[in-house]
Write a protein that binds this ligand. Structure first.
Ligand code: SF4
Length: 202
């Protein structure tokens, strides 16, 4: 499961926290806050990201940020089939299944690697469903025995985005999955198809 690691932290007696990161920019603010009282390791597990070239860009950006910040980084496998299995026939409620998939893998990795708790950078974004993230994080904690920490990092969203722009990080234009990519470009697509769109009625 793990193919990449930057050794970095001096653990001392700090609690060991595994932080699921969806991308580099979203890690900036949680890193600033959490490293004050935790030995943090970053975990990249995002089989939802589409296409592979976008996945590679986000991972590359995150890796370079972790290297500069002397943060340990673990990377899960890119098992995109699992994402599609989790959301098929649940497309309208897909985010909950997407959260569950990523948080469960993070909790399992935290348990296997001897961490004290896990959390996620998803809570930086005001565009994510915080109620669902908290509820699913707690469900996963219950089923895996690995404590989940919910942090409302939304107040650091702007700061993270500004820093990311200043240091030239890749900032994605959509949440991650193919559905969110379609939503992002929906208006443009409908302008392009316009009257030429053929509906078959199926
Ligand atoms: S919109 Fe984002 S959170 Fe929702 S399913 Fe897609 S990638 Fe996952």
């Amino acid at each position: 499961m793990i193919y990449c690691r930057y050794p970095s932290i001096k653990v001392l007696d700090l609690r060991k926290l595994l932080i699921h990161a969806c991308c580099g920019p979203c890690l900036i603010y949680p890193n600033r806050v959490l490293r004050e009282n935790s030995a943090i390791t970053v975990f990249f597990f995002n089989p939802n990201i589409h296409p592979s070239v976008e996945y590679a860009r986000r991972l590359e950006t995150l890796s370079s940020y972790c290297r500069n910040e002397r943060l340990a980084l673990l990377v899960g496998e890119y098992r995109m089939e699992e994402y599609f299995r989790a959301v098929t026939f649940h497309e309208n409620d897909r985010c909950r299944n997407c959260y569950r998939l990523r948080l469960t893998e993070t909790a399992c990795a935290a348990a296997n690697e001897g961490y004290d708790a896990f959390t996620t950078t998803l809570t930086v974004s005001p565009y994510q469903d915080h109620e669902a993230l908290q509820e699913i994080g707690e469900e996963v904690a219950e089923s895996t025995g690995m404590p989940f920490e919910y942090h409302d990092f939304r107040k650091g969203f702007r700061q993270s985005q500004e820093t990311a722009a200043e240091i030239g990080m890749h900032r994605q234009a959509y949440c991650g999955c193919v559905f969110s990519e379609r939503e992002r470009y929906e208006k443009k697509l409908s302008r392009l198809t316009g009257d030429a769109l053929v509906r078959t009625g199926r």
